[in-house]
Design a protein around this ligand. Sequence first.
Ligand code: IMP
Length: 180
Amino acid sequence: MTSTVDSTLQVLFSREQIRHRVAELGRQIDRDYAGEKVVLVGVLKGAAIFLADLARSISVDNTFDFVAVSSYGKGHQSSGAVKLIKDLDQPIEGKNVIIVEDILDTGLTLHFLRGLLDQHQPKSLRVAALLDKPSRRLEKIEAEYVGFSIPNQFVIGYGMDFAERYRNLPDICLMPAEDS
Ligand code: IMP
């Protein structure tokens, strides 16, 4: 069966490139946490697909949890305010936690989440972001694991949306100007 991907979309990172990079991140996490257990905390909804692939690239003992925060809204601009919509299901005190996020953009979301999860006194707290847009940063925050650094471009696919659409695209694509 052929792919259902819209052929008019410009692919920024193909599914093969993503698969290769996620596998590398998995190996890096395996090395860093050898002999330890890890809790992967995915940020809904954008990170769901990344987390699913990353978790399967990791050999160290791992469990999942998910949080949800107030989203980007319907367009390109964040409101600036971040609010927790769904909290953790399990305690993370004394555990190795990796926050798994789709994009580190202004940094407002991860700055908020890192501060929040830190209050639970995990053994360690790191961030894995599939994409990083360093030029957009408003908060001083970096991810320990980054898939790809990109310029200030709006992307869709592989979990990432524009007004809730396009999350199911297997590749990471550039948002067409006429839709934005
Ligand atoms: P931040 O709080 O500005 O770092 O924003 C992080 C969130 O904004 C990400 O988790 C995404 O949900 C959303 N976001 C930022 N840039 C993009 C993009 O290019 N495409 C889709 N969502 C984006």
